[in-house]
Design a protein around this ligand. Structure first.
Ligand code: GLV
Ligand code: MG
Length: 319
């Protein structure tokens, strides 16, 4: 079973055909990097890019960064060779395969089966390599629940706004921004919520897609803040300038993190024999109960995964 709670606040996209960019990505502070064989690689460069990606993974230097390769989608001729060459060539140095344009659960199962065969053949732990599923069109969104539960390897459900906007004929070319004419809310709300529900119902992470205006860090922050507010775990970054913004926006605020840890400690204490075995108690001016603990667990898990430290700690009252 794959580990479910790895921090993915910033997921850096790097074209798999560019050794210089791949080398540069190693020194950056992104939680995840994905080496792309899909849309950022020209069709005539795809075959060679596989070797470039294998080389970059095997040459090390990635530190704690999650290493992911995005293969081409199952409607192309490239997918199986992408998976075979990358996993056979660099399996021990790879955490997940990202599958774009997923439309059905069967497409996830097909990748799962292929991964299992390769793992058995080359002697890797069966099931360790995870799957990240990108939802990029209407059919994928309609099937997102069964896609999320199609394999225990699935770790994340990712929104692909550029392909999605094209697939539903949205009247805009500016990825991530509201389409002109839609002035009554957030045109992406339903899609984001649908993905988030499928992710949460199946204990997966929900990841927001790219913001293409890479020089507009404020725009990135504005759009990222929306999905972070809903509960998304992270967002793609296309440029080093977007990394710090994503790491900050998808981490809890320091106060919230401290408070969440206080709630957990206080709740542990008061529900124990020593603390009076109570279920609902006051923490300062706030009433906390089992539901507060659940909310605190979420914030605490995100903070811990992001490597945050407490700046203060609740103490039980003296006897
Ligand atoms: C990403 O793949 C997108 O289509 O937005
Ligand atoms: Mg796409």
């Amino acid at each position: 079973m794959v580990e479910a709670r790895r921090s993915r606040r910033s997921c850096l996209a790097v074209p798999g055909s560019n050794p210089r960019f791949l080398e540069k990505a190693k020194g950056l502070d992104a939680d995840q990097v994905f080496l792309d064989l899909e849309d950022s690689v020209a069709p005539i460069a795809k075959a060679d890019a596989r070797g470039t990606v294998v080389e970059a993974l095997n040459s090390g230097g990635w530190g704690e960064t999650l290493r992911v390769v995005r293969v081409n989608d199952w409607t192309t001729q490239w997918t199986y060779r992408d998976v075979v060459e990358v996993v056979e060539g660099s399996g021990p140095n790879l955490d997940c395969i990202m599958l774009p344009k997923v439309q059905t659960a069967e497409q996830v199962m097909a990748l799962d089966l292929l991964l299992t065969q390769i793992e058995m053949t080359v002697g890797l732990d069966v099931g360790r390599i995870g799957i990240e599923a990108q939802i990029e069109n209407a059919l994928g969104l309609i099937n997102v629940d069964v896609i999320a539960s199609a394999s225990p390897r699935v770790e994340t459900i990712i929104f692909g706004p550029a392909d999605f906007m094209a697939s539903i004929n949205m009247k805009s070319l500016i990825v991530g921004e509201q389409p002109p004419g839609y002035d009554v809310g957030d045109a992406f709300h339903y899609i984001l919520m649908r993905i988030l529900m499928a992710a949460r119902a199946n204990d997966k992470q929900a990841i927001d897609g790219p913001y293409l205006q890479v020089r507009d860090v404020e725009g990135f922050e504005r759009v990222a803040a929306r999905s972070a507010a809903l509960g998304f775990d992270g967002k793609w970054v296309l440029h080093p300038d977007q990394i710090a913004a994503a790491n900050a926006i998808y981490s809890p605020l320091q106060n919230d993190y401290d408070h969440a840890e206080d709630i957990l400690d206080a709740y542990d204490h008061y529900t124990s024999e020593k603390g009076g075995a109570r279920g609902a108690v006051m923490l300062g001016d706030e009433m906390i109960d089992e539901a507060s603990r659940k909310m605190a667990l979420v914030v605490s898990a995100k903070g811990r995964a992001a490597g945050m430290d407490r700046t203060s700690a609740w103490q039980p009252p003296e006897d």
